[in-house]
Design a protein around this ligand. Structure first.
Ligand SMILES: [Fe+2]
Length: 320
């Protein structure tokens, strides 16, 4: 093309032509929103139209309702820029932002509604790994040393109370200092995590430690924001569990021993009442040895039956 020819569209334009719409100039606040909603109505994907029109409406409503100042908006943008820079390489801070403002929990709640007596879901979190060792009934997910002895046992059942044999249970927790194995720089092998299968009667059992509460990483923009809002950055004690079984909806959940002062104000809003459990203290050497504990006479017993829903039960209950 010679430099004297008129181009059809500016360089780097994406090829989409101006819309054939009678749009007013966006002189007023309401016209800015209305024009954008009309433009979004042109999105070819119907689901994208629904999602983005709602998102735009809510964001614009927020800006108008708070009558936000230019300085406040700029500081918000600067916060997101800092978040992005601090997120490398795995987007951790962006995920945390979603978590601490309850958005991850809300998405989880909507996607996993309460179904009868089925075990409710909780947040997966960032510390699941694929390399958990396979364990036999009664073996320990945790190396000896850090933490108070706990034995976890129960069954995996259908909503009708039938056992589910061969269900695969992934479970993980922090050590007694509140750190996951992957948070230790010297991690060479997985620890405080394991994978088990239920037996022919749907039973499972394993040694672990009593979970402890822990703070989410405290040196990034999200924790500084929490501090400025007067909010703590602590997750209450919990034991993560994911259960797979053919024909059943994957259960991603966690159990929360009662008595932790952070339960109802969990920084990531992951606790549900039905997931708060009681630990029974056992002080009996024979019982301790029977469950494989080599040292001491005391341990805490966590007995819990997980109830899975079928894929059909889940699909029928999920709000569309
Ligand atoms: Fe966790």
């Amino acid at each position: 093309m010679s430099t004297t020819e008129v181009r059809d569209e500016p360089s780097h334009a994406n090829g989409i032509l101006p819309p054939n719409l009678d749009l007013p100039y966006p002189d007023s606040p309401s016209e800015i929103t209305a024009n954008l909603l009309k433009l979004t109505e042109l999105a070819p994907n119907p689901r994208a139209r629904i999602v983005f029109k709602s998102l735009i409406s809510k964001l614009h409503e927020f800006i108008s309702q708070t009558n936000i100042t230019t300085e406040e908006w700029r500081s918000g943008i600067e916060f997101l820029v800092g978040l992005n820079e601090a997120s490398a390489p795995r987007g951790r801070q962006l995920n945390l932002l979603s978590d601490v403002f309850g958005m991850t929990a809300l998405v989880d709640r909507l996607n996993n509604p309460r179904i009868g007596n089925a075990t409710e879901s909780s947040l997966l979190g960032p510390f699941f790994t694929e390399d958990a060792p396979d364990l036999l009934f009664g073996e320990s997910i945790a190396s000896e040393g850090i933490g108070e002895n706990m034995f976890v046992e129960g069954r995996v059942l259908t909503t009708g109370g039938e056992p589910i044999p061969g269900a695969v249970i992934d479970t993980w927790e922090t050590d007694g200092t509140g750190l996951y194995d992957m948070q230790h720089a010297e991690r060479t092998v997985p620890d405080y995590r394991g994978r088990l299968r239920t037996d022919g009667e749907g039973k499972y059992g394993y040694r672990a430690i009593v979970p402890v509460s822990y703070a989410i990483p405290g040196d990034g923009p999200v924790c500084r924001l929490l501090q400025s809002l007067g909010r703590h950055n602590v997750r209450p004690n919990h034991l993560h569990v994911v259960i797979h079984a053919p024909g059943f909806h994957k259960l991603v959940t966690a159990l929360y021993p009662d008595g932790d002062p952070y339960l109802s104000s969990d920084v990531v809003h992951g606790v549900k009442k039905s997931l708060v459990v009681k630990l029974t203290e056992i002080d009996d050497e024979a019982e301790a040895r029977k469950r494989g504990f080599q040292k001491g006479t005391k341990f805490k017993l966590l007995n819990y039956d997980f109830v899975l829903v079928t894929e059909d039960e889940w699909a029928g209950a999920r709000r569309t």
